[in-house]
Write a protein that binds this ligand. Structure first.
Ligand code: HEC
Ligand code: HEC
Ligand code: HEC
Ligand code: HEC
Ligand code: HEC
Length: 216
């Protein structure tokens, strides 16, 4: 008889209960770990191979984001420009500047410039640039005042809570489409909100809270 019902069998329910308890603790520790600001990438500002400055090129020269990030309004991805885009100007401007050597080399050899990626969502998150910028969400809302950055800095948390805060109440962050690429549109929250409320109503904006919108 004891062969048919070995002793460990009696302990099975206990083992299952313990296993469940342990995994519950692991899961909540994981969520706590990821959701607390310690893990957030805010402030991440790596040294880049070329000291390219958005403050100079956007803030002073007034270049539009789409001059370089050409994919941003047509695809999920905001591309980094190829070095030939830089050479449109830098074949004449600062043509021998040592800081621009990696750009000139890359044009010559075809090897990519080793830019360090700053913003990155996890693989289990679906994100898309075009659905945002074509619905009046400005780059400023998610990347901060790029026009003032000498080096790009990870400005917003881009955590799930950050996404959901806006998806639940988008109006304060929606603006007329011709202002999406303007980093200095208005400092007046009342005017921004009034315009946002109108856009949300007229364009019937419904940003989803469904898990499957962002986790597919
Ligand atoms: C003249 C070209 C040019 C223009 C114009 C430009 N950028 Fe960039 N941008 C770059 C390059 C090159 C990089 C990669 C190097 C770096 O991070 O500084 C970059 C990086 C970025 C990044 C960080 C990418 C990452 O790795 O996560 C953001 C965000 C960004 N740009 C936003 C903007 C916004 C917003 C505008 C318009 C207000 C803009 N850029 C205009 C060339 C440009
Ligand atoms: C529309 C023309 C234009 C384009 C396109 C352009 N630049 Fe510039 N860049 C300039 C001008 C003008 C200056 C300022 C020159 C000066 O200070 O004498 C400059 C300055 C610089 C400097 C010197 C440091 C600074 O910010 O003053 C670097 C480095 C630089 N650019 C890198 C790049 C890179 C990398 C790209 C491509 C992603 C690029 N530029 C695209 C016009 C351009
Ligand atoms: C709703 C938030 C949001 C808005 C609005 C937004 N971005 Fe992003 N951006 C992100 C996120 C999230 C990532 C990281 C995506 C990933 O993991 O590839 C990112 C990444 C980038 C990158 C790095 C390349 C890439 O696509 O991963 C660039 C460049 C960039 N954004 C430029 C822009 C520009 C320019 C605008 C405005 C025209 C803009 N972004 C508007 C959230 C946003
Ligand atoms: C500042 C406001 C804002 C932020 C921040 C934001 N979103 Fe959105 N999101 C919107 C709006 C507005 C729409 C368009 C809804 C529509 O077309 O009616 C949208 C649409 C989407 C869609 C298309 C599906 C849908 O809901 O219609 C996805 C996917 C999405 N967002 C993911 C993200 C993720 C992931 C993040 C965080 C990294 C994020 N969003 C941050 C405002 C925002
Ligand atoms: C608007 C976009 C959006 C929606 C809607 C959304 N999430 Fe997320 N979620 C994210 C982003 C972005 C992250 C990654 C955060 C990070 O990397 O810091 C994330 C992370 C997670 C994680 C992983 C946390 C961890 O420990 O890494 C879980 C689990 C999760 N989401 C579950 C859900 C569930 C369940 C729902 C529906 C109730 C949901 N999400 C709805 C954007 C969204």
């Amino acid at each position: 008889m004891s062969d048919l019902f070995p002793r460990w069998y009696n302990q099975l329910p206990l083992k299952i209960a313990l296993g469940l308890l342990v995994s519950a603790v692991v899961v909540s520790a994981g969520v706590w770990y990821y959701l607390t600001p310690k893990y957030s990438r805010v402030g991440y500002q790596p040294i880049q191979p070329v000291p390219y400055s958005h403050a100079t090129h956007v803030g002073q020269l007034g270049l539009d984001c789409r001059y370089c990030h050409t994919g941003v309004e047509s695809s999920w991805y905001a591309n980094i420009p190829s070095p030939s885009v830089c050479m449109n100007c830098h074949s004449q401007v600062l043509p021998n500047d040592p800081h621009l050597a990696p750009i000139r080399d890359s044009v010559k050899t075809g090897a990519p410039v080793p830019w360090v990626q700053i913003h990155r969502t996890s693989d289990f998150v679906y994100f898309n640039h075009a659905v945002h910028v074509n619905r009046g969400v400005s780059c400023v809302s998610c990347h901060g005042q790029i026009n003032k950055m000498v080096e790009v800095r990870h400005e917003q948390s881009l955590t799930m809570a950050f996404c959901l805060d806006c998806h639940r109440n988008p109006a304060p962050n929606i603006r007329p489409l011709d202002q999406v690429y303007n980093m200095t549109w208005t400092n007046d929250p009342a005017r921004q909100l009034e315009a946002g409320v109108r856009c949300v109503r007229d364009w019937k904006i419904r940003s989803s809270h469904n898990c499957s919108a962002c986790h597919r």
